[in-house]
Design a protein around this ligand. Sequence first.
Ligand code: UD1
Ligand code: CA
Length: 460
Amino acid sequence: MQPLITVILAAGAGTRMKSGTAKVLHKICGQTLLAYVVDAARKAGSSEIIAVIGHQADLVRESVKDVTFVLQEEQLGTGHAVMQARHLLEGKVGTVLVVCGDTPLITARTLKQAYETHLKDKNHVTVITARVSDPTGYGRIIRGRDGRIGSIVEHKDATEEQRAINEINSGIYFFEAPALLKALEGLGNANSQGEYYLTDTIGAILSDHGSAGAYLTHDSSEILGINDRFQLAEAERTMRDRIIHEHMKNGVTFILPETSVIGPNVEIGRDTVIYPGTLLEGGTKIGGRCVIGPYTRISDSVVCEDVYIMNSVVLESQIGSNSKVGPFAYLRPGSSIGNNVKIGDFVELKNSEIGDNTKVSHLAYIGDALVGKNVNMGCGVVVVNYDGSKKHRTVVGDYAFVGCNVNLVSPVEVKPHSYIAAGSTITEEVPEYSLAIARSRQTIISDWVKRKGFDKNNND
Ligand code: UD1
Ligand code: CA
């Protein structure tokens, strides 16, 4: 097959979003609109991807990989945007896929099918179109008496009669490179918006005795262009359903699926149950037979099989199999917990390793610590990892028993098989098999209450 070069139009500000963020950097299901378009173009077989950028160019540049960028300093229209990539297309044979950066729902499958039709029909340009119930704002497809596409008229330039047409331009086109370059040469801006419309290339190609085709897609949800926050929410709904349905097909149960958001790159194993209000983000991988949620957020983390995570937040961490986390646990970046571990309610972990079979059951803070296997960290244990200027590391050996309300003042080491009495503040190494008590002794002052006259039963 001849090479397919993709040009993504992503320079616009997205005025109708009323946002400080460039439109293509807005996210659905945790991924930018632009990244979805780049992924679809790549999966459809693009050998090169060029993005035309303008608004917040630097941020847009950083947001995607393996893309060539061209700058459109002034946004004078979609045709003008493609003109900025002209020097990269000159002398090239093959097809140019032009797609707007604000249509994230387009799939590689539809792109491939349209591309095949484009090649089979030997068109100079093929436009992906759809019939929609509300065509407001979109360019309308004007077909001739022979039923073939004749031109595209923008909503703002359309007559009442043309506005009644419900076949719309998706903003996605396959052009033969030389035909595109030639059509761009004659493009003008004599229209209601004073813009260079890419849509005018259709008429130009036809006048030049070229052939134009329309590929009508039956799933109109794929070509939704996002111009405002309502369409952003609608696109998120569609994408969310699409992603969750895919997981369901693979054997994942969702309770109230409409309340969970799963990122496009998340993996979930079979027979895992996702409870309501769960957010799985970034490159998160969840093993089989887990129970996740309700109300849980897991970001860029790896969770092995048979894990329970309830009402918790897990960021950039790892959780071994058969472990239980939550309710109300907070695993901050860099935490790695082993197999069969319990991280209970109101436990915060940061940059810490917890060995197999260890329990941190309630109300604890473990920061910058290495905790071994089969350790019991009592209720209220705090690793005092910060001295006001630096962070220090604490090590707790295998089979250690750390009593309730113990402070481990870092850096300190608790050797294996040792015990620490409740309420101790540990500042020095605890040797193997020893008991450390670091608190003042209890004193009893007999009849102190009576002598002070504080006795509440005294009727005198
Ligand atoms: C465009 C089409 C319309 C189609 C619709 C599909 C034109 C003239 N109109 O309209 O027929 O139905 O998409 O969603 O092409 N952009 C630039 N530089 C510019 C202008 C736009 O890069 O100078 C980018 C935008 O960032 C955006 C995309 O092109 O990602 C589309 O621009 P937008 O203004 O949203 O076009 P629409 O009015 O939606
Ligand atoms: Ca648009």
